[in-house]
Design a protein around this ligand. Structure first.
Ligand code: IPM
Ligand code: MN
Length: 352
């Protein structure tokens, strides 16, 4: 029996989470396991009502779950940053979810914006460090509001944090067993302190993994290669900020935010799975948003929980919907409603 915390969140979050939970129910039934969802109302509406984002007690309560399934955080009436920091980042940091795992996989039938590239070319995974770097929140203002103002935002890179991330990436690359190639994505030519530490650590850990081929790319260059030669990549490891940026590029080459999902992983604790698109306020309540990204997040969650067969069923169901049933992955252009897409996934989970 898995205890799952479900945080539908803001905007279209609840609509896509509903379909994700449907897929989870079907997968559980077919694979023969049980789960108990606990719905939590953290998000913009609760914040506007109560002034609370996520309290320390609530954060503690999340530790008791086997996994967290999150819809979206972000509300048009709340100043940007409050909910992101108060809920999303508070969970990532508080539960020490030090890996943000973001697969970039183009499924057959999905339109790709890259000329002459298909599913055989686009299948890699980004391992993003998820608790340090520029996201650590250190820095500050000097003489704020004056003409002599100074703003400092520091990138924090600890040996421990860098090493555990790189180690995870090597292990993941080995387990994935595809090309057995791990690319470090950094900026050693300019950010000479942080990336010196990353590169040294990468080289040292690599010595323990002789079966993995290693490579290095600067972050600016990797943006070019993702577009020109996505087939070169198997697993990419990078820091928090670069990982944030390159995974939006990754999402668009796999068909967009309609399908991109990620896992915030603490291998020893509670992990959280989410579609990586935002709360899409303009589509809220219209039943037109694509639920496949949320369903892919469920797939990742199942995989993480050790329910490999269920995860595979969900993935095959998503692939079938992409190939047979929807015209586009974009909200409002699928030719089907959010609910209908979820219903089809459920049907295929039972069939495949
Ligand atoms: C993401 C998002 C978040 C991030 C925001 C909403 C804080 O862009 O999950 O990639 O920057 O990590
Ligand atoms: Mn992002």
């Amino acid at each position: 029996m898995y205890r799952i915390a479900v945080i539908p969140g803001d905007g279209t979050g609840p609509e896509v989470v509903r379909e994700g939970v449907k897929a989870l129910e079907a997968a559980a039934e077919v694979a023969g396991f049980d789960f108990q969802p606990t719905f939590l109302d953290y998000g913009g509406d609760r914040y506007l009502r109560t002034g609370l984002t996520l309290t320390d007690e609530e954060l503690e309560e999340l530790r008791a779950f086997d996994a967290i399934f999150l819809g979206a955080i972000g509300h048009p009436d709340v100043k940007p940053g409050i909910l992101e920091q108060g809920i999303l980042l508070k969970i990532r940091f508080g539960l020490d979810q030090y890996i943000n795992l973001r697969p970039v996989k183009l499924y057959p039938g999905v339109e790709c914006p890259l000329k002459d590239k298909g599913p055989e070319d686009i299948d890699f995974v980004v391992v993003r460090e998820n608790t340090e770097g520029l996201y650590a929140g250190t820095g500050g203002f000097l003489r704020k509001g004056t003409p002599d103002e100074v703003a400092v935002q520091e990138s924090v890179n600890t040996r421990k944090g860098v090493e555990r991330c790189i180690r995870f990436a090597f292990e993941y690359c080995r387990r994935r067993d595809k090309e057995r190639k791990l690319t470090l994505c950094g900026k050693t030519n300019v950010l000479t302190y942080a990336w010196d530490l990353w590169e040294r650590t990468f080289r040292e850990v690599a010595a323990e993994y002789p079966d993995i081929t290693t490579d290095y790319a600067h972050v600016d260059a990797i943006c070019m290669w993702f577009v020109k030669n996505p087939e070169w990549f198997d697993v990419v490891v990078t820091d928090n900020m670069f990982g944030d940026i390159i995974t939006d590029l990754g999402a668009i080459i796999q068909g967009g935010m309609g399908i991109a999902a990620g896992g915030n992983i603490n291998p020893q604790g509670t992990s959280m799975f989410e579609p990586i698109g935002g709360s899409a306020p303009k589509y809220t309540g219209k039943n037109v948003i694509n639920p496949l990204a949320a369903i892919c997040a469920v797939q990742m969650m199942l995989d993480h929980l050790g329910e490999g067969e269920a995860a595979e069923r969900v993935e095959r169901a998503v692939m079938r919907v992409c190939e047979r049933d929807i015209r586009s992955l974009s909200a409002g252009k699928m030719g089907k409603s959010t609910t209908e897409v979820g219903d089809l996934v459920v049907k295929y989970i039972r069939e495949v």
